[in-house]
Design a protein around this ligand. Structure first.
Ligand SMILES: [Fe+2]
Ligand SMILES: [Fe+2]
Length: 215
């Protein structure tokens, strides 16, 4: 793995657009470019099922806030303009996921995590740190993140109440997209991350998903 490098100081334009993206990701309603996959009729859920789906979709919404922040942090530090553009393009695709989860949360009369600003800030810092190790490591970080998100979505697909077809349709499309984000990062030269980094990433996301389930 290459040694970390200190990026050159960002321009005022970069600082303003990064702050703008952060505020939009955390505080503004997300706007999807694609229609939500949740097209079927509203499922009949018991109160307990509605609460469980709400908690799970809150976790997924927080995961998407964190995904945006990781990509924004990595793009902020990326050396190569093509890498930066690829990261920002992927972040825009994640906006669809954010918007779909947000809409489903309100259908379930649930809410976003109160700690999303904290998760955005922490994930931005982690993304920026990963990118200081160079673009290949940064792309490897995307690949590993998406692999772990795929595993997480597989677990949530088994935990969702069986009747909740609308949440399930969203998670299935998200899983398809995350797999293709990971494949694109590997195709662009993403390096395999060392095992301790992969384990640390797993523990960090576990803290986030467990916290977002309740708060
Ligand atoms: Fe996503
Ligand atoms: Fe993704």
């Amino acid at each position: 793995m290459p040694l970390p490098f200190l990026p050159p100081p960002p321009s005022l334009d970069t600082l303003i657009s990064t702050a703008d993206k952060a505020l939009r990701s955390v505080f503004a309603p997300a706007r999807a470019a694609r229609p939500s996959p949740a097209t079927g009729p509203a499922p009949e859920l018991t109160e307990a099922e509605r609460r469980e789906s709400g908690a799970l979709m809150r976790v997924n919404h927080t995961g998407e806030v964190a995904a945006q922040a990781l990509y924004h942090g990595q793009a902020f530090v990326a050396r190569d303009v093509n890498t930066r553009n690829m990261l920002l393009h992927a972040a825009r695709e994640e906006t669809d996921h954010l918007a779909w989860c947000e809409a489903r949360l309100s259908e379930l009369q649930s809410r976003c995590s109160l700690l999303n600003p904290l998760w955005y800030a922490g994930s931005f810092a982690i993304g920026a740190l990963a990118a200081t190790f160079g673009d290949r490591a940064s792309l490897g970080f995307v690949s590993e993140t998406e692999r772990q998100v795929e595993g997480h979505l597989n677990v949530h697909l088994t935990r969702l109440p069986p009747a909740d077809s609308r949440s399930r349709a969203i998670l299935e499309q998200m899983r398809t997209d995350e797999i293709s984000h990971g494949a694109a990062a590997r195709a662009a030269g993403g390096a395999e991350l060392p095992a301790p980094v992969r384990i640390l990433m797993k523990h960090t996301s576990r803290v986030m998903t467990h916290t977002a389930y309740w708060f």
